[in-house]
Ligand binder design. Structure first.
Ligand SMILES: [Zn+2]
Length: 342
């Protein structure tokens, strides 16, 4: 059940035309911005426990802040929009029943995704009211904390903590919520296991069929080691051929590596893909304390190099990046031509 007979959403041709015109800007990390708020358990849980009861502590459940600290989350999205982001991601990386099970918050999943998209829309509309620039809501779909291809138990290599159908069911729920909340596109990101991503793609196709329209799909893998492979063992080329059937609006890479280490893998992907490419690296590699030291100008200079080499159509930042990184990246690639795509 491929969705290509469905009409594209009205946003699809608009985004496509923009991406041919110039390099588009994606936002940066949520985690570092949320950390700066210094929130405690009370702030995380809010009065949400009334509507969605859980016995688990909620500190660290960043997605839940959509419901308990909506103002703060909207401000972060707004800052990224004003820093130059054309596309801003929802704070829903872990808003699936599978990932929320860690917090006993499975019942909140629908609300998280619907509200998560609405909050970004509100922030972007505020920014657009100021400068008139169109902006787009990307519904963020994370990998979950389980992998369908690899056993977590070294003594039982055949064991799987999650199946394709478990993932498909969870992702369906998430994507339906994101579309209901007004997501313009769906971004399946930080893919370390392509089988998980395939379940998410399948769920998107089902949700598009229900909605009667096809949204642009962004697909972003994560290279986790120096050999240039994903955790499930794929090279960038293999990764592309595994997701090509989805005819993604973009294929790309994010997270795990800083821009310098990402460059050869991105070049390989850009060499084989006939979709637009998207890259949003971390702010360098984490230091001994797990923090990211690479400053905005350093990250921006390397991302501008991607652009000068004709590797990218959309760029942004992952872990450790801030609105200042996104502003510097937007400035650095302004006027550089996007990668040519047929
Ligand atoms: Zn990251």
């Amino acid at each position: 059940m491929l969705p290509f007979s469905l009409p594209p959403s009205p946003v699809f041709p608009v985004l496509d035309a923009l991406a041919r015109e110039r390099i588009l800007i994606l936002d940066g990390a949520m985690g570092t911005q949320i950390q700066q708020l210094g929130l405690g358990e009370e702030d995380y849980a809010g009065d949400c426990a009334c509507r969605h009861h859980s016995d688990h502590p909620q500190k660290g459940n960043n997605d839940l802040l959509i419901l308990t600290q909506p103002q703060a989350i909207e401000e972060i999205h707004f800052r990224y929009a004003m820093a130059g982001a054309d596309i801003v991601e929802t704070n829903t990386f872990s808003a699936t029943t599978i990932a929320q099970a860690d917090y006993g918050m499975e019942s909140a999943v629908r609300d998280l995704n619907v509200e998560g998209a609405r909050i970004v829309r509100r922030a972007l509309d505020r920014a657009t009211a100021i400068d008139g620039k169109p902006r787009f809501v990307a519904g963020a779909v994370g990998p979950t904390n389980r992998t369908a291809s690899i056993s977590p138990d070294v003594n039982d290599p055949g064991f799987r903590a999650v199946t394709f159908d478990d993932l498909r069911t969870a992702y369906s729920q998430q994507v339906r919520g994101l579309i209901e909340g007004g997501a313009d596109l769906i971004l399946i990101e930080t893919i370390f296991d392509t089988l998980n991503a395939k379940a998410a793609i399948f769920a998107c196709f089902e949700a598009f069929a229900e909605a009667g329209r096809r949204l642009p799909l962004m697909i972003s893998g994560t290279i986790t080691d120096a050999s240039g492979r994903t955790l499930s063992g794929q090279t960038p080329t293999a990764f592309w051929h595994s997701v090509r059937h989805a005819r993604p609006f973009t294929v790309g890479l994010n997270c795990a590596l800083g821009a310098a280490a990402m460059r050869p893998h991105l070049a390989e992907l850009a060499g084989v893909s006939d979709s637009f490419t998207c890259a949003y690296p971390n702010a360098g590699l984490p230091n001994a304390f797990g923090q990211y030291d690479e400053g905005p100008e350093d990250t921006a200079a390397q991302v501008a190099r991607f652009a000068r080499e004709g590797l990218v159509n959309i760029v942004g930042g992952c872990c450790g990046t801030t609105p200042d990184h996104i502003r510097a990246i937007a400035d650095a690639v302004a006027g550089l031509a996007p990668r040519a795509v047929k």
